[in-house]
Design a protein around this ligand. Structure first.
Ligand code: SAH
Length: 467
């Protein structure tokens, strides 16, 4: 398995300082799973390429371990040839100072971005080229991928999952190595060489500043942590917590995305109309125990608290930071004694079945579903309608058709940069109707905000009821 790092910025041999490896020498390192060798394919002022060759000792790796997975598979596998978590380990041990951005002799070199490319021979790309691109391209890399046939002598056998992959970008060497360190194991389906409890800390430390805003962060964290769901959930919560609000286009420092969305909707005071409609639906349902799912900073919760009909109120959100704001705004630590215990805030994700959500009369899901990735909506549907299963669900979401009436949104854009989709009335109604049928609910649709004859209302609401 070979990782080749190339730069073309003159004097390209600076790469030797950055990697702490002299271009004239062939150097070998003993690692716990075999050997790593570093040598230069070329090293002149215009172009310099350093190779890290892993020589994985498959026999040594299994020695002393039980024959758990079948003896043959332990010895005959792609570990010596394909990039995997072994490469991450080698990067951290052989290129450790470069990974950390240290260059004792020439510190200024480490901080300077330069045109760099990393070629991996070879990478088993689980998820294929689209996933490969979805992982590297949002980070600004140009991706070249060449897929290898299973065997050139037998073209009829078709393609293999193995690719030669080159990713290129003008960046610091430390950033490039960090991205490879975290992302290479993500493509690999085998049991990871590492993945202990400290793996989460490593992921979060190495992912700082880029992973929390990566569109594939969930998939990356999940694969990196090998589907160990407890670690994954914690990673996700902490990643999301670290996330800075994404700014809408045209938003200045004083106008983060939430404010832009609020300002847009403000002349209508749509927010208040939405709260009013949701409250009315909850009151009409005669619910006493209510959930506010994706409660945000607690606007609905504040109104629920004011109404004695609601005896038990639980607000849930995935973002700990948002929950802290809600806690503050609702002054939950200063509630009068007779109100204590009436309201609770919990952190959790609507992607996972959660017993804390069971046993409620009604749930509000206000402007939340459009923040969920469409493939994950399926999980949400089961979590809410199959497992939590409140008698009433009051759910709102933007009506995309209405966006054209706002000059600064128009037909093409969404109202908020974190929205994964916005639905037309027909799309929302088809989705909601299918859920109602599948889980045994009836459904009513109600408009929120001033209705346009053709485009409908700015917000759409569905009220689900079961007997
Ligand atoms: N209901 C609130 C907030 C809407 S914004 C209101 O109307 O003001 C969407 C909220 O959903 C955010 O607070 C976000 O943190 C939360 N959210 C996004 N994905 C979530 C998930 N998977 N589980 C729980 N909450 C989520």
């Amino acid at each position: 398995m070979l990782l080749t790092i190339t730069t073309t910025q003159s004097p390209a041999t600076d790469l030797g300082y950055l990697l702490h490896k002299h271009p004239d020498r062939f150097q070998s390192y003993d690692l716990s799973f075999g050997q790593a060798h570093v040598f230069y394919q070329e090293a002149d002022a215009g172009r310099c390429s350093a190779c890290l060759l892993l020589d994985v000792d498959t026999v040594g790796v299994v020695r002393g371990k039980g024959a758990g997975e079948g003896l043959l598979a332990q010895y005959v596998n792609d570990r010596p040839y394909a990039a995997s978590s072994f490469l991450s380990v080698a990067i951290s041990q052989v290129y450790g100072s470069a990974l950390q951005g240290r260059c004792n002799d020439r510190p200024e070199l480490a901080a300077a971005p330069r045109p760099l490319s990393a070629r991996l021979d070879i990478l088993a790309v689980r998820g294929g080229e689209p996933f490969l691109r979805a992982v590297f391209e949002p980070l600004g890399y140009v991706v070249e991928a060449e897929r290898h046939p299973l065997d050139d002598r037998f073209p009829e056998w078709g393609e293999s999952p193995y690719y030669s992959v080159t990713v290129s970008k003008t960046t610091t060497l430390s950033d490039l190595l960090t991205h490879l360190y975290v992302l290479v194991p993500v493509f690999d389906n085998q049991k990871h060489y590492f993945v202990g409890d400290d793996e989460l800390e490593k992921l979060l430390a190495k992912g700082k500043g880029w992973l929390s805003t990566h569109p594939e962060r969930e998939e990356i964290a999940k694969r990196y942590l090998k589907f160990r769901s407890s670690l994954f959930r914690e990673a996700l919560a902490r990643l999301i917590d670290e996330e800075q609000p994404i700014e809408a286009e045209g938003a200045s420092d004083e106008q983060p995305a939430e404010k832009v969305e609020a300002a847009l909707e403000n002349p209508l005071s749509l927010n208040e109309q939405r709260l009013g409609s949701v409250l009315a639906a909850l009151r009409a349902s005669k619910a006493r125990k209510v959930l506010d799912l994706g409660c945000g900073e607690g606007k609905l919760l504040r109104n629920l608290l004011k109404d004695k009909q609601f005896e038990e109120i639980v607000g849930m959100d995935v973002s700990i930071r948002t929950l802290e704001i809600a806690q503050d705004r609702l002054k939950l630590d200063r509630l009068p004694t007779n109100q204590e215990g009436r309201i609770k805030l919990i952190q959790g994700s609507l992607m996972y079945r959660d017993r804390r959500l069971e046993g409620f009369d009604a749930a509000a899901v206000v402007e939340v579903i459009e923040h969920l990735d469409p493939p994950r909506l399926l999980a949400f549907e089961r979590v809410l309608f199959e497992f939590a299963r409140p008698r009433t669900v009051v759910l709102t979401t933007p009506n995309r058709e209405y966006n054209v009436t706002w000059e600064n949104v128009g037909a093409e854009r969404l109202r908020h940069p974190d929205h994964r989709f916005e639905w037309t009335r027909a799309e929302f109604q088809a989705w909601a109707q299918a859920i109602a049928t599948r889980f045994g609910y009836s459904i009513k649709f109600l408009p929120i905000g001033p209705e346009d004859g053709e485009l409908g209302p700015p917000t759409q609401m569905g009220v689900f009821e079961r007997d």
